[in-house]
Design a protein around this ligand. Structure first.
Ligand SMILES: Nc1ncnc2c1ncn2[C@@H]1O[C@H](COP(=O)(O)OP(=O)(O)OP(=O)(O)O)[C@@H](O)[C@H]1O
Length: 492
């Protein structure tokens, strides 16, 4: 639909754009990204015909843009003004009407039913009925952006060109506008070309993006491929990090702010704040990034409190999470900074182990109850769905170091293997199958790291940190199981 071929543009002796090529298909949401001054606005002006290219050509539907009459071009493409352009003092309705200019057939324009229907339809689509009689210069940025979009829609152009449409909009207006554009692309098969400064919005909405730097094309690709493959840090000269969106398969970009003075911590060690029959509360001044399967703070989180609560082995509650939150609140512990687990294992038998190497420091805590011991290789055959009681092995691993997400995963794998080995050596058996257990039915784990100091790309069994995790978890689990056995024997 749109082909830009070998466009170069100079102002005086300064090259603004150099040999740009791009191709946008019908129904595509195409983004233009790049640092300030990289040539985005100039390129958009060349695509819209607002500026004429001296070298190269812009082809729209097979015809050079220069071959279009003004009205003809207005039916092909509409340009949305930037919000900081001063608005005229028109009513919203009159401002939208102006968009019909290209459809007026006579010199003295007559307002037809078709024109009126088109305006009403655009007002309906952009949901601005309530604004119809207001003046444009009295509207908020978000409201004005919708009016501009309605004006572009009455133009019935197939291509919308937008220069940073979400600039000055709050998050809900950004979402409204971009969702509306997406709907229009789907329903009316519009093509949208838009400049974005916000990499994340481009990632969430664009099918493809062109990345510019100093007037040159770095690459054109899907946002995901571009964010993975291009050195965005170099292009934007910033300390950037890519991560995955939690709900959709899109990449997000964030950056690392420098630590404020009041966020600098002298002490990142794990301290035992309480160790009683009812609770083990571990606390650290510096928040740890944690990957956990715990009842409170599951998934990735940043936590300063690591809490184990003892519950009777017959404990049953419809909503144990709510119960735990209430109980923590009663103790004055903020659930948002806490990883919390429950166990019926005797907390006095918790085992702590520490490893202080030259490169890193590790602390491990294990509590072990094995009344729900399971051999996972047999569980499918022996277990129906049933209520489980909290006789469980909880493993806590604290690392003073910086782990990648892969390293978090591998640390969890390594610890699980070490735990299974401990059960094997201690000959803990699954009561149903009679075979050696691999864990219990409700085991939990947390891997927590300061994310400071040495970087660990991996933490599997081949790495030094993996070996240390394996050793500490194995030894702590064996010891905790032995303590548990002794206690059970003494009760008999
Ligand atoms: N009329 C002009 N005269 C001289 N230089 C200009 C003119 N218009 C643009 N430039 C220069 O061309 C380069 C590209 O400008 P352009 O506005 O296209 O960049 P941009 O990527 O849209 O920037 P921003 O993200 O800051 O809006 C900049 O270095 C700018 O200073």
């Amino acid at each position: 639909m749109i082909d830009v071929k070998n466009i170069s543009y100079k102002i005086g002796s300064k090259t603004i754009l150099e040999n740009i090529n791009l191709s946008v298909s019908k129904g595509e949401f195409f983004g233009i990204l790049g640092p300030n001054g990289s040539g985005k606005t100039t390129l958009l002006k060349l695509i819209s015909g607002g500026q004429a290219a001296k070298e190269g050509e812009v082809i729209i539907d097979g015809r050079n843009i220069r071959m279009y009459q003004t009205k003809e071009l207005a039916k092909k493409l509409a340009v949305l003004p930037q919000l900081n352009d001063a608005p005229f003092s028109f009513t919203v309705y009159d401002a939208i009407k102006l968009g019909r200019y290209a459809h007026q057939r006579t010199l003295l324009p007559a307002w037809s039913k078709e024109d009126e229907d088109s305006v009403q339809e655009a007002i309906r689509l952009t949901k601005i009925e309530r604004l119809k009689d207001r003046f444009l210069d009295e509207l908020s940025g978000g409201e004005r952006q919708l009016v501009y979009l309605a004006r572009a829609l009455v133009q019935e152009a197939e291509i919308l060109l937008l220069d940073e449409p979400t600039n000055h909009l709050d998050i809900s207006h950004q979402i409204n506008l971009l969702e509306l554009l997406k709907e229009l692309i789907e329903e009316k098969n519009l093509t949208v070309i838009s400049i974005f400064h916000d990499l994340n919005l481009a990632s969430l909405y664009c099918d493809k993006v062109l990345l510019l730097k100093d007037g040159k094309e770095v690459n054109t690709d899907t946002p995901r491929n571009l964010f993975i493959n291009e050195k965005l840090e170099e292009i934007y000269d910033a300390d950037l990090q890519m991560m995955e969106h939690p709900a959709v398969p899109k990449a997000l970009i964030t950056f690392n702010p420098s630590e404020k003075k009041n966020e600098q911590y002298d002490d990142s060690s794990i301290k035992v704040e309480e160790h009683s029959k009812e609770w083990i509360v571990l606390h650290t001044d510096r928040p740890y990034k944690s990957l956990s399967s715990a009842i409170i703070g599951s998934g990735f989180s940043w936590s300063t409190h690591f809490v184990t609560r003892f519950v009777d082995k017959n404990y049953y509650c419809d909503n144990p999470t709510e119960d735990m939150i209430d109980t923590l609140a009663g103790k004055g512990i903020d659930k948002n900074k806490t990883i919390g687990m429950m166990t019926a294992a005797c907390l006095e038998d918790a085992v702590f182990k520490q490893f202080k190497g030259n490169e890193f420091q590790l602390t491990v805590m294990v509590t072990a109850g094995v009344s729900n011991a399971v051999d996972i290789s047999q569980a499918f055959h022996y277990y129906k769905e049933e209520i489980t009681y909290p006789g469980t092995i909880n493993t806590w691993i604290f690392i003073e170091g910086h782990l990648t997400e892969a390293a978090f995963m591998q640390a969890a794998m390594t610890a699980t293997e070490a735990k299974a080995k401990a059960l094997h050596i201690e000959e803990v058996r699954d009561p149903r199958s009679g075979t050696v257990a691999t864990g219990t039915s409700t085991d939990s784990i947390v891997i927590a790291a300061t994310q400071t100091g040495l970087h660990f790309k991996y933490a599997g069994t081949i790495t030094n940190i993996g070996k240390s995790i394996g050793m500490l978890v194995y030894e702590a689990t064996v010891e905790a199981i032995q303590k548990n056995k002794k206690r059970l024997a003494s009760l008999k």
